[in-house]
Design a protein around this ligand. Sequence first.
Ligand code: DCP
Ligand code: MG
Length: 398
Amino acid sequence: MYNFGQHHGRPCGQSFMIEPGENHNNSKRETAFAHSDAESDPEHPRKIIHIDMDAFFASVEQRDNPRLRGKPVAVGGSRERGVVAAASYEARKFGVRSAMPSVIARRKCPELIFTKPRFDVYREVSLQIRAIFAQYTPIIEPLSLDEAYLDVTENLQGLTSATKIAEQIRARIWAETQLTASAGVSYNKFLAKLASDYRKPDGLFVITPEMGPILIEALKVERFHGVGPATAAKMNRLGIFTARDLRGQSLEFLQEHFGKSGSHYYNISRGIDHRPVMANRVRKSVGAENTFPRDLTSLEDMRAELEPLAEKVWRYCDATGVRGRTVTLKVKYADFQIITRSRSLTAPVADKTVLAAITRELLATLHPIPKGVRLLGVSLSSLSCDQAGDDPQMILAF
Ligand code: DCP
Ligand code: MG
């Protein structure tokens, strides 16, 4: 059923880090497909594919401009405060990465060619690859423009091999877009995503139910779904560095230290992940948040931390065409008390500067801040889509 395999053959070339929305409007459909979420039944494991385009924005630019091919390319702003959105594989050899300040990228690679993002083209490719996915399954969960989970346990082509489906999808993507994608095939979302990273670029990797627990043994806890920097630091303090260490702890121990998430960590360290692939997830809000290694106490530090959060939210808006009217600031204090402050405008927030200014104003309303702050979050809701003619469901589904 699972063919272990890797596929190369054509010339070859952390997603938006924004949290996936909790909101989706199709609980009926999920119930209808609940039988495909039967991971607890070892006789019938699910078949999940994770597809991720290679160096997405940069590959599109190299495809459309032959002078960029084979060269180190960064998509993003070259100016002083610009950041790299995507780096070509040639640029990565020099250590250039997504989210790196452009000044540092240029220092690492003086030959680096900067190009401006063309979001319209990226959106178009995104729709093309989704149309290909839709030929195989209706259960498609996009994570960003270039990345999606597919549940192909019961697929429209009646194919029994998920590996074959992944190969076909990669071939079709190449045929229709002249871009390469990597695919991971496994029995849950976490392992499928891990697998798609294994043979990047232009690769395919399969993690079978037998391989899963062994393969992740040495994996660092920060690689696991749901383990952010703060949780990883806490695990490290408890002497837990890898999946093997995590597996050595009892469920009670993990629940005692990590509350509700304890059982998730217990499962995931064993390669068990019951999350269903959620089709037709519609975003109600776009947000970014950060838990700090040390609690913040000064207003100045908090303002400095807000800036990159607003920037991250805006990057998502730029990439998807989504706009929103309501800005919300979330603050979690050292004692875990959470408060939110919102402001709604009559028209969508016009640009990044406005978004950043409103978040700063919302923060100022909390002054004087009574206790240390462990987390700050910025989100945008009351969403709309500025892409006339595009299907808003499609756009909002990122
Ligand atoms: N992106 C962005 N800002 C980031 C990360 C990503 O604007 N901090 C954009 C540019 C990427 C696209 O999203 O091309 C997809 O992100 P990936 O994380 O999948 O990265 P790439 O596709 O660029 O590379 P990889 O081959 O590692 O998937
Ligand atoms: Mg990618």
